[in-house]
Design a protein around this ligand. Sequence first.
Ligand code: T3D
Length: 262
Amino acid sequence: MGDPVLYHLEGGVATVTLNRPEALNACDVALKEGLLQALDQATGDATVRAVVLTGAGRAFCVGQDLREHRDRLGERHPNALDTVTRHYNPIVSALTNLAKPTVAAVNGVAAGAGAGFAFGCDFRVASANASFLLAFAGIGLSADSGTSWTLQRLVGYAKATELLLLAEPVAAAEALALGLVSQVVPLEALASTAAALAGRLATGPTAAYAAIKEALSFAATASLHDTLAREAVLQERAGATRDHHNAVAAFLAKTRPVFEGR
Ligand code: T3D
């Protein structure tokens, strides 16, 4: 058994790998704490300009480790029912608030909270064998890990309701048709496809990407009036970056801009 979460930084891309393949990357406490730590590391390191989240083995992540959960319920463990507050919410907040682009490379089944982690990323690239399962109702639970918020924004309210209430698996091809993933590729091409996308994002205007993400997130729950005001603030911030100044000069000089990420 190695570390439950691996972290690899190369070319400005931090690749975070959920690494309990023998348990289909089910989330026990160690994996959840490792994931939070990895996301903190990616957040705090200015040399990280894009993040890939993926899973080792045949699954992306099957959500809560139900063996650990059963044991904790059985022994009336004091933390049996607070993992949403202690772990899943901070993980999804860290992912969705990350001021850098994120790519989920979904290499197999993404179930329950595992689906929530994928939905919390900016892009989802799936392998042909991948699937999504909003598994919560199947074990008598409500939606968590942000899925009640993210899923309806990805596929619409009616489809999100269907997927959450019926808890039937969604295969990769259907996920593509629904807009749940942006691309489906053969499994052997997944890592390189996700790395190429993340690599492209890591050489982009990182501060502008952060502002765009913030604008989208703000607008999701705000009025047009408030959104316009927010856009103005964020545009002033992006406009003050070196990347913006250099890119305008490059455009006028008919050369390709080089983005330094600040
Ligand atoms: O308070 C709280 O904890 C709330 C938090 C909730 C967050 C959540 O994520 S709730 C949702 C939890 N996840 C699930 O309910 C998914 C359960 N798993 C499945 O439905 C299926 O395993 C899959 C559809 C994901 C995969 O199916 P398949 O046919 O490819 O594999 P399998 O044969 O069902 O599973 C293989 C093994 O993995 C099996 O163990 P075994 O029999 O070989 O010893 C199975 O028990 C194990 N496994 C699968 N999912 C989990 C798991 N073990 C622990 N936890 C799991 N989530």
